[in-house]
Design a protein around this ligand. Structure first.
Ligand code: G6P
Length: 474
């Protein structure tokens, strides 16, 4: 990508492509399945934009390249930076801290130094390729210092930031030794987006208390006359894309095949998550195991499929979790299983979208029970796939999605008895009741897709202020 050419720049920790190696060892890139790229790709194409991100391998420098009309600009990370910036500060400090400290966050000064260094590298790349007055959209917790670093290099740019994970309550955020630097990093943006209104309010309060800026409602007033807006933009999915996939004959056939291979049980329960300690896997499996042990569910009638996608496999808490879940699944199956009848089918693997859609169609009850989650897109994907208005969603009240999917069977995942009751309620409900709930949830999900989310954010970012005008726009 030549310098100074991009009118629209996305900066994220990861590039929106995965490298795949063919049978002869040749490598190609394939677009990642996520909704974010689906929404931003057309904008990038239309504007001749670029996406800056890490390509996923340590110690390798790649030149910018084009993929399906998108300019991709790889940012290199050394082995040490992967350990300190990515696995360390991003995923063993910020991740647990921002998710209600459900695992203890670790604070290490060398990790912070690497975080600063890598954020600076991302900012420099953007400063180089962005056209004058371009729009730059920075994504997520790995890059919270980029907005201010970039503004220092390029005050002409319009900068947006979106946090995909929760923003913690002020009491927890205060634990961070570098709390002020993070807040100041984010304040380089014109618009800071969060999943929930409460997160935006936490941020505004912290800016007032810790940085001492004047604030009013969702606006921060900086001493130099600039304003920063903090608002909620609940993210969504490519809802129509999922529904379309779920309607294909291949997916319908595969869903039937999945049920068949489980012995056509009366009830299929399903969990699909990254293998992460925030997802409440342990609580949900325990609830299900107890229902079988106590005889409320029969091992001949009910099967729980848990897909756990491998994630951040070198980070200590993830290694512990993997062992923990392996043991728990082994115990449940060992205690209550019979020959040919395993109550829990546990899959530590990642699957393509087609297989996910088939699983969603095969599941009578989708169980999404995070202890804390910014949004949770699996819940929305399930709803998008159930155009037949069948199936039930059991959803943690601590997922961002709970404030939109009010007709889900909502649970507190810490309350195992409450969760058992709610699982039974979802399983035994009159199909008309479940159809009523699904219809209401589908209205929400199908009308508020990822395109609308991106359009709303970008419209607000364009309206925030004119960087060259003396006075902010009305
Ligand atoms: C969450 C984060 C993303 C992250 C993804 C996968 O959804 O909000 O920023 O990319 O998890 O995690 P990974 O560490 O593999 O990128």
């Amino acid at each position: 990508m030549a310098s100074g050419l991009a009118e629209f720049v996305v900066i994220a920790n990861r590039l929106p492509v995965d490298r795949i190696t063919g049978p002869d060892g040749e490598t190609t890139w394939r677009k990642s399945p996520g909704g974010l790229v689906t929404a931003l790709e057309p904008v990038i194409r239309r504007k001749g934009g670029a996406w800056i991100g890490w390509h996923g391998a340590a110690g390798e420098k790649l030149r910018p390249f084009e993929h399906e009309g998108m300019n991709l600009v790889p940012v290199p990370l050394s082995e040490e930076e992967v350990e300190e910036y990515y696995e360390g500060f991003s995923n063993a400090t910020l991740w647990p801290l921002y998710h209600d400290v459900v695992a203890p966050p670790e604070f290490h000064r060398e990790w912070w130094d690497a975080y600063v260094r890598v954020n600076q590298r991302f900012a420099q790349k953007a400063a180089k390729i962005a056209k004058k007055n371009a729009v730059v959209w920075v994504q997520d917790y790995q890059l919270q210092l980029v907005p201010t670093m970039l503004r220092e290099l390029r005050p002409d740019l319009r900068i947006g930031f979106f946090l995909h994970i929760p923003f913690p309550p002020t009491e927890l955020f205060q634990q961070l030794p570098w709390r002020r630097q993070i807040l100041e990093g984010l304040l380089g943006a014109d618009l800071v987006g969060f999943q929930m209104p409460g997160a935006a309010q936490n941020f505004i309060r912290l800016v007032r208390q810790r940085v001492g800026h004047k604030t009013h409602r969702d606006t921060v007033y900086l001493p130099d006359g600039r304003t920063v807006l903090a608002q909620a933009y609940p993210i969504s999915i490519d809802a129509a894309g999922f529904e379309e996939l779920a309607r294909t004959p291949e997916v319908i056939a595969r869903a039937a095949e999945i049920r068949e291979s489980l012995g056509n049980p009366k009830v299929v329960l399903l969990g699909i998550d990254r293998l992460d300690y925030t997802k409440g896997l342990r609580q949900r499996l325990r609830a299900f195991g107890e229902l079988i042990t106590e005889g409320a569910l029969d091992v001949d009638d009910a099967v729980f499929i848990q897909v756990a996608t491998p994630s951040r496999e070198r980070v200590g808490q993830y290694i512990l979790l993997r062992d923990d879940i392996n043991r728990l699944v082994g115990r449940i199956n060992g205690d209550v299983g019979r020959i040919g009848q395993q109550p829990v089918t546990y899959l530590h693997a990642s699957y393509p979208r087609e297989e996910m859609a088939a699983l969603y169609r095969a599941a009578d009850v989708m169980v999404v029970t995070p202890l804390r989650d910014g949004m949770n897109l699996v819940a929305k994907e399930y709803v998008a796939c159930r155009y037949d208005e069948k199936g039930a969603l059991v959803l943690s009240e601590f997922a961002g999605a709970a404030s939109e999917l009010k007709s889900a069977y909502q649970v507190n995942p810490h309350d195992i008895n409450g969760m058992k009751q709610m699982l039974l309620a979802a399983i035994n409900a009159d199909p008309r009741e479940n159809a009523r709930r699904m219809k209401a949830m589908r209205r929400q999900v199908m009308e508020n897709d990822i395109d609308l989310w991106a359009a709303n954010f970008l419209r607000e970012l364009n309206a925030v202020r004119d960087p060259h005008a003396k006075n902010p726009r009305p």
